[in-house]
Design a protein around this ligand. Structure first.
Ligand SMILES: [Mn+2]
Length: 376
């Protein structure tokens, strides 16, 4: 049994205003389908957050439509669940019809109890669940229990098969063996509180757990319980992440997971240097965030950088700006009590972490005097 495990496609996602549909199309057709062909697998798992929005754009829906049609034509079985970003109702549109062509979409937790059987192996497709969904489901879940307890009871109630593998798809936050939360990425929605976190143990009875939700790729505890991570970098702060796909092979009690690196159509990169240095760089085709080391602002810097980097995400003068978290609060009430030039010197130091040079001090003093003169 061999399959490719993906999650968090977020079709229709934008990064700093740039539409990523081309990048996502490239990933699905040129990377994911190519991997299925090269690695000789005809089963693809998509563990939730298929779309970025619950009401996806027509273009995003067309992309999924094209992709699923191509999979069906190639005889690839696709198993998918909704994530917290997806609308279960919209995602399950025509699902009975799709199932006849080997595209299985499960959006109802009651339906998940009936596994999808492929070559004697059982796939349990669990849609993204909240406590309210488990309350609605009733037995064995109850209103007396917290979410983690109810989810564990629900997992225990799944009818595992004998003599074949049991594989589960889920889109939840699962804690590691020590109870730590996974490292989050900036493109994930912040979760409120920790009530939605699930312990690892109830998942350990399965041969493989194909998780979605956490955009960082990282294996939890064992080879068998994994997040796929988002296939593309969906935020500037994810530029250092290494994106991969999980190619899973189950053979009796043995498991082998190959992490296939993803080469994106355009990478998301941060580059740092002086304006002149950056203008001689060769990263034109990527999504670029420029960190400028120049000490003086440059006129129309974004416009000039965009001339070279058409996919410029943004720019920042790193030496002129201290991170908000690194600098103390500005005491607004104190402004105006001291002479203007002294106020300015304090403000400059708060913002940059540096004192004014003697030349700058002199210039500011002159400006301050001129302003004072005008006032009087
Ligand atoms: Mn997601």
């Amino acid at each position: 049994m061999r399959f490719l495990h993906l999650a968090d496609l977020h079709l229709g996602k934008r990064i700093h205003g740039y539409d990523l549909l081309k990048d996502q199309r490239h990933f699905l057709f040129r990377v994911a389908l190519k991997a299925c062909e090269e690695k000789d697998t005809s089963i693809l798992l998509l563990s939730g957050d298929i779309f970025d929005q619950s009401a996806p754009s027509g273009d995003a829906m067309s992309l999924l439509d094209d992709f699923l049609s191509e999979c069906a034509d190639r005889g690839i079985r696709v198993l998918m669940i909704p994530g917290n970003h997806d609308s279960p109702e919209r995602l399950s549109y025509a699902s009975a019809f799709f199932a006849k062509r080997g595209i299985h979409i499960v959006t109802d937790p009651a339906q998940a109890k009936k596994p999808i059987m492929i070559d004697g192996d059982a796939f349990f497709l669990i849609p993204f669940l909240r406590q309210a969904d488990l309350f609605r489901l009733g037995e064995p879940c109850s209103r007396e229990n917290d979410f983690a307890t109810n989810f564990a009871l629900y997992l225990d109630s799944l009818p595992l098969i004998q003599g074949g593998h049991n594989i589960v798809l889920a889109h939840q936050t699962v804690l590691d063996v020590e109870g730590h939360e996974p490292t989050r990425s900036d493109s994930e929605l912040p979760s409120i509180g920790t009530s939605a976190n699930l312990p690892l143990k109830p998942f350990m009875r399965f041969d493989y757990v194909a998780l979605g939700h956490i955009h960082n790729k990282y294996p939890i505890l064992s080879e068998r319980i994994r997040y796929a991570g988002a296939p593309l970098k969906y935020h500037v702060n994810e530029c250092a992440q290494r994106k991969t796909m999980n190619l899973v092979e189950l053979n009796g009690k043995d498991i082998h997971v190959e992490e296939i690196p993803i080469v994106a159509l355009r990478d998301v990169k941060k580059i740092r240097g002086s304006f002149d240095e950056l203008m001689s760089h060769e990263d034109e085709e990527h999504y670029i965030y420029a960190e400028l080391t120049d000490l003086r602002p440059i006129d129309n810097v974004s416009g000039k950088l965009k001339g070279k980097y058409p996919y410029l995400l943004g720019s920042l003068y790193v030496s002129l700006e201290k991170k908000e978290s690194d600098r103390g609060p500005i005491d607004v009430k104190a402004i105006g009590k001291d002479p203007i030039d002294e106020d300015f010197a304090k403000f400059y130091e708060t913002m940059t972490g540096k004192a004014l040079s003697s030349f700058q001090k002199k210039e500011i003093q002159e400006i301050a005097q001129a302003v004072q003169g005008e006032k009087q």
